[in-house]
Design a binder for this molecule. Structure first.
Ligand code: ADP
Length: 558
């Protein structure tokens, strides 16, 4: 017997309809590429999203057509989030930090019909335009007065499209299983792979991610997503804000410490979200200026492990609670959030920090387990490490156009679970901790050394700005940890001082064999450290050093 409840489809358009009806005067504030601050309301955003949907229909866009964007976090991008998906087309957010060859590859693979771009990315558009075979026109996200002259390619003007279109457009009743959004993984190995979200998966993710034990968002919040809208839907925050009626603040291209701080303060932001490398820049700015936050209550840190030193700095020095989260493009993206349970509040602060450094527990909807190389499930004891598998209604089943094969079938052991490529422990309370990405694990004499632990210790040193630990090849132990470090400005930390800092904090054989100081560590398109690049550069360092100095080998007896 079926239930007798309404068959209302879960649609992205319903989020902006809700925001308009119930939070119509709530603001969306954006720093524009034109340089100024723009402000309007959810009601304005809804009207212009409908106008954009009407304009796209007039341009001949049909359901399921892919529409690309190369854009920062801003109100026009938000209008496309709703206008494109709401009309039944597929919003394809392209990461503009990718190499132009990859941008062209992705646009062709997705068969984008139109590409919208912020003026910042005009040089990129010029570089790829002739290679984008399916694109009918490029649309500059600006008004007539700012349209580029002599671009050399035919461009449409965003504001002209809006002005020429009526707000009478009515959102269609779509099937909730329809594709809504397309986002490609960074492709550090092989070609980028497209993850195609549906209206249903996006709505379920929005409900779950907004909950108090997840990102804890409400209409009382002012949310500034630093995490880009071109990267997994800014972790779902543009959808969540509509669902709960939170004011949104978009930073545009200005992601330096000073600009971010000014915007956080001016708009009295309560909640922000980003990867550790962005926060490191902001914290350095605060240290240098002595400034403090007057409104920020919480920050979500994810995309890479949050070093405990960063956690403490936010919480102890600035009174900002850190929510450590883990996810992937393939998970829409949120899988776990480190939200304390009542018993953790009875612990000492030191012990609680140990829990907070974990990636946390699953949102309802996501199921996870760790398995050994034989595919057998491993115990949740907080110590045993294994390959992390997940499943759930917002987890990828298959990549777009089957690129790279079906992940659920490729891995024989997985059997209907998605293999994340992460190595993790899970404790008795269900708190998961990533010890490494499987491809970054250091295997020394057959034993695993977790690079994240070693990086976290280095990051706790007051003179370290950034640290990455890689597996360097070693004649005796196969691989040994090698630390690559960027010092903070005006500090002169030495190799020996930093290695001495490890004493007593880990087993001695885990201690990095050497430290290399560099001016900058290469970051990928999503702001994460590119360890494969570091391995290419420094992978042979220990062997070469051994030849030159015949240095003593690290003892593993302890
Ligand atoms: P995103 O950066 O949006 O999370 P990606 O698909 O680019 O998505 O990268 C996902 C990978 O990033 C994960 O498989 C994991 O290795 C790493 N990652 C994400 N969050 C964390 C975290 N909190 N701690 C450690 N690693 C993380």
């Amino acid at each position: 017997m079926n239930g007798l409840m309404m068959q209302k489809q879960l649609l992205i358009s319903s989020l902006i309809v809700h925001a308009d009806r119930h939070h119509g005067d709530t603001e969306i504030v954006s720093r524009r590429v034109e340089g100024d601050i723009h402000r309007y309301t959810f009601r304005d955003c809804h009207r212009r999203s409908r106008q954009m949907a009407g304009a796209l229909t007039a341009l001949g866009v049909r359901p399921s057509d892919r529409i690309g964007t190369l854009a920062w976090n801003g109100y026009r991008h938000m209008e496309l989030y709703y206008g494109v998906s709401g009309m039944g087309a597929v919003l394809h957010t392209i990461n503009p930090r990718l190499h132009e060859d990859q941008v062209a590859y992705i646009a062709n693979h997705a068969e984008d019909q139109y590409i919208f771009f912020d003026l910042t990315f005009l040089p990129l558009i010029k570089a790829v335009a002739s290679r984008c075979k399916t694109v009918k026109a490029f649309i500059a996200m600006t008004d007539r007065a700012h349209m580029p002259q002599d671009a050399g390619i035919d461009l449409l003007c965003y504001e002209d499209l809006i002005e020429g279109s009526s707000p009478d457009y009515a959102w269609p009743d779509l099937d909730e299983q329809c594709a809504s959004t397309l986002c490609y993984t960074s492709g550090t190995t092989g070609n980028p792979k497209g993850v195609l979200y549906s209206h249903r998966s996006s709505l379920l993710h929005t409900y779950a991610a907004a909950l108090p034990d997840a990102l804890n968002c409400s209409g009382r919040d002012v949310i500034l997503p630093v995490v880009p809208m071109f990267h997994v839907n800014a972790w779902g925050l543009p959808y969540i804000a509509c669902m709960v009626g939170a004011k949104l603040v978009f930073p545009g291209p200005a992601l330096d410490g000073k600009s971010l701080y000014e915007l956080l303060e001016a708009e009295q932001v309560t909640l922000s979200a980003g990867v550790p490398t962005v926060w490191q820049v902001l914290l350095t700015h605060l240290e240098q200026t002595g400034q403090e936050f007057s409104s920020m209550a919480r920050t979500i840190i994810g995309g890479a492990a949050c070093p405990p030193a960063m956690l403490r700095q936010f919480q102890d020095k600035y009174g900002v609670a850190v929510l450590h989260a883990w996810g992937m493009t393939e998970l829409s993206p949120i899988g776990t959030v480190c939200s304390m349970k009542p018993k953790h509040w009875e612990m000492s602060y030191k012990d609680r920090l140990t829990i907070q450094s974990k990636q946390g527990r699953v949102l309802f909807g996501v199921d996870m387990k760790i398995v050994g190389t034989d595919g057998r499930e491993l115990p949740w004891d907080g110590v045993t490490t294994g390959d992390l598998l997940v499943r759930g209604p917002w987890v990828v089943r298959e990549y777009f156009r089957s690129e790279g094969g079906n992940p659920l079938q490729l891995d024989e052991q997985a059997q209907g679970w998605f293999p994340t490529g992460d190595v993790a422990t899970i404790d008795g309370d269900g708190f998961m901790q990533i010890t490494d990405r499987s491809k970054d694990v250091i295997k020394s004499g057959g034993e695993w050394i977790g690079s994240i632990d070693l990086e976290n210790i280095a990051m706790a040193h007051p003179d370290v700005f950034q640290a990455a630990c890689i597996a360097a090849r070693h004649d005796k132990w196969d691989e040994r940890p090698l630390l690559i470090v960027v010092r903070k400005p005006q500090t002169d930390l030495t190799r020996d001082e930093l290695l001495a800092f490890y004493e007593g904090k880990i087993a001695r054989w885990w201690k990095p064999d050497d430290v290399i100081f560099v001016d900058a560590i290469p970051l990928g398109a999503t702001g994460k450290i590119l360890k494969n690049r570091l391995r290419e550069q420094f992978g042979e360092y220990l062997r070469e050093r051994a030849v030159v100095q015949c240095a003593p080998l690290a003892k593993r007896s302890d």
